[in-house]
Design a protein around this ligand. Structure first.
Ligand SMILES: CC(=O)SCCNC(=O)CCNC(=O)[C@H](O)C(C)(C)COP(=O)(O)OP(=O)(O)OC[C@H]1O[C@@H](n2cnc3c(N)ncnc32)[C@H](O)[C@@H]1OP(=O)(O)O
Ligand SMILES: CC(C)C(=O)C(=O)O
Ligand SMILES: [Mg+2]
Length: 518
């Protein structure tokens, strides 16, 4: 019976680096290798030593520093490559040479220009020579996915005879479907038995790399080759984090199979690789994507708040993420909104909550994501709200081309009646203030104007604060406006100041103080 512990062979530093744009320098590779060791990876393919002096140097330094993971270097079935691989891994306490040659008809005929017999001879010689550097030798039938299984048996038999200890079956061009890969491995396992460990290396050209890898476990594969974030040549390799978490999450299917991976290190490793390579996983990438543990819709958020497992099959903390997240947006509901308010330290009564929720939904329609600071600003607006004696209904602005006449039109509701008017001004803002003055029958003097963005991004909320003296009354009053549109926020702020003024004036009138000019 094969072992129950699946060997996780990480090739981020070799196949992963073959992703266009993912080249890493030696220091960066060392940093990643040390993190892979912390992650508990069994074998680290640290590079292709013969590719360049830089690659050789990086593998050599990794081999000198990593103690617990096996360090491997890739080599063609060519003496020069194998020698470089052997020398590069020499300092490692645990080492492996990985040599390969293609076995598919198309590769043998057009690329290698070798006959099948020559390929068998080359493969055997390569493994024999590699054996002079270390005991642990992996051999790969490149393009195994399109190779004849009968021919692969001949090749594998020969390399086992030469001392290969792991036999890798790569679906180099990501051509196979899961049931086909499983059938190939089943047949090869029947032939190889326990003479060597069977490994798979699946590419993602059809988006099946992980599914194909997992399908081979039941057939006897005991090593999976994979990369962090699924990096790799073209569409990439099988993603380590997906393989490991699938095995762990579906123990009902995979038990007693396990891995040695310390899953708490999955997220930190993913972040390190993304920051070094500059290649961010797509947001909806399983396990490590930005949205993998984020919930945006009200029904899901409500479910997760009541019982996390309603919408989560993995606990974010298990993979080293601080927590899942409820993203506040237009699909969020009252439960999530109330929960976020509580986190931010607000306790609103039902009426306040409902009113703040209406503001939140209006804002969410205009913004992609509503951030905590947006919510704080909304609540502040709600809490400090003064009676809307005058209410802005519409605002329309002319464009402000050089030489044009800036003008603004507004509709304002007062005591149930809507009035529309327009005014010109020295600038758009001046036109806005003038038309409000005219419609409301006041004369305001702007003493101060401030605008700032509540959060970042082009759709950030603008917070406008104005200080206005109406009808020559002192002291001036303040008004606040909040909107994704700065001019709307400006008009709201000005009308807010006017409402403040009217409220104060009404209070004074009721106390008989107005005529004293206080
Ligand atoms: C599926 C994979 O991911 S394979 C790994 C891919 N990684 C790399 O290619 C590593 C980076 N590569 C390199 O730096 C270079 O290609 C080198 C140093 C390896 C070789 O460079 P060059 O000697 O200039 O050869 P070049 O890359 O142009 O061509 C490859 C040659 O190797 C031969 N070859 C390819 N694979 C193998 C193999 N597994 N065993 C023996 N020969 C092979 C090709 O047939 C070709 O031979 P030819 O020159 O007689 O036609
Ligand atoms: C070198 C081999 C294992 C490879 O990367 C592939 O075939 O995809
Ligand atoms: Mg590959």
């Amino acid at each position: 019976m094969p072992t129950n512990t699946i060997t996780i062979f990480d090739t981020t530093l070799r196949d992963g680096e073959q992703s266009p744009g993912a080249s890493m320098n030696t220091e960066e590779k060392i940093q990643i290798a040390l993190q892979l060791q912390k992650l508990g990876v069994d074998v680290i393919e640290a590079g292709f030593a013969a590719a360049s002096p830089g690659d050789f140097e990086a593998i050599h330094r990794i081999a000198s520093q990593v103690q617990h993971s096996r360090i491997c270097s890739l080599a063609r079935a060519v003496e020069r490559d194998i020698k470089a691989a052997g020398e590069s891994i020499a300092p490692a306490p645990l080492k492996r040479i990985h040599t390969f040659i293609a076995t598919s008809p198309i590769h043998m005929e057009y690329k290698l220009k070798m006959s099948p017999a020559e390929v068998i001879k080359r493969a055997t010689e390569a493994v024999t020579y590699a054996k002079t550097f270390c005991d642990d030798i992996e051999f790969s039938c490149e393009d195994a996915g399109r190779s004849d299984v009968g021919f692969m048996k001949e090749v594998l038999d020969a390399v086992i005879g030469a001392g290969a200890t792991t036999l890798n079956i790569p679906d180099t061009v990501g051509y196979r479907l899961p049931h086909e890969m499983a059938a190939i491995i089943k047949e090869l396992y029947g032939f190889v038995g326990e003479r060597a460990v069977l490994s798979v290396h699946c590419h993602n050209d059809l988006g099946l790399a992980v599914a194909n890898s997992l399908a081979c476990l039941e057939s006897g594969a005991r090593q999976i080759e994979c990369t962090i974030n699924g990096l790799g040549e073209r569409a990439g390799n099988a993603a380590l984090e997906e393989i490991v978490m699938a095995i762990r999450t579906r123990q009902d299917i995979f038990a007693p199979l396990t891995t040695n991976i310390n899953i708490k290190e999955i997220y930190p490793t993913s972040r390190l690789v993304a920051s070094i390579t500059g290649i961010e996983p797509q947001p909806n990438k399983a396990i490590v994507g930005k949205n993998a543990f984020a919930h945006e819709s009200g029904i899901h958020q409500d479910g997760v708040l009541k019982h996390q497992e309603t919408y989560e099959i993995i606990n974010a903390k298990d993979i080293g993420l601080e927590k899942n997240s409820l993203v506040m947006g237009k699909h969020s509901g009252r439960h999530a909104f109330k929960d976020r308010l509580a986190t931010l330290g607000y306790t609103l009564n039902d009426t306040e909550l409902n009113e703040a929720f209406v503001l939140f939904k209006t804002l969410a329609d205009q913004k992609k994501e509503v951030f905590d600071d947006d919510i704080r600003a909304l609540v502040a607006e709600e809490i400090t709200k003064i009676p809307e004696i005058f209410e802005l209904v519409t605002l329309q602005l002319s464009d402000c081309n050089p030489g044009g006449v800036p003008n603004a039109a507004v509709t304002i509701r007062h005591e149930g009646k809507e009035t529309t008017d327009a005014a010109i001004g020295n600038g758009t803002m001046d036109a806005v203030f003038k038309v409000i003055d005219r419609v409301c029958g006041v004369n305001g003097q702007l003493m101060d104007y401030k605008v700032d963005a509540v959060t970042q991004g082009k759709d950030a909320l603008a917070r406008v604060v104005v200080k206005v003296a109406f009808d020559d009354q002192k002291p001036a009053v303040m008004g606040h406006g909040l909107s994704v549109d700065t001019m709307w926020a400006t008009a709201k702020a000005y009308i807010g100041a006017l409402n403040s003024y009217m409220t104060i004036r009404e209070g004074l009138r009721m106390r008989g103080l107005e005529k004293k000019g206080i």
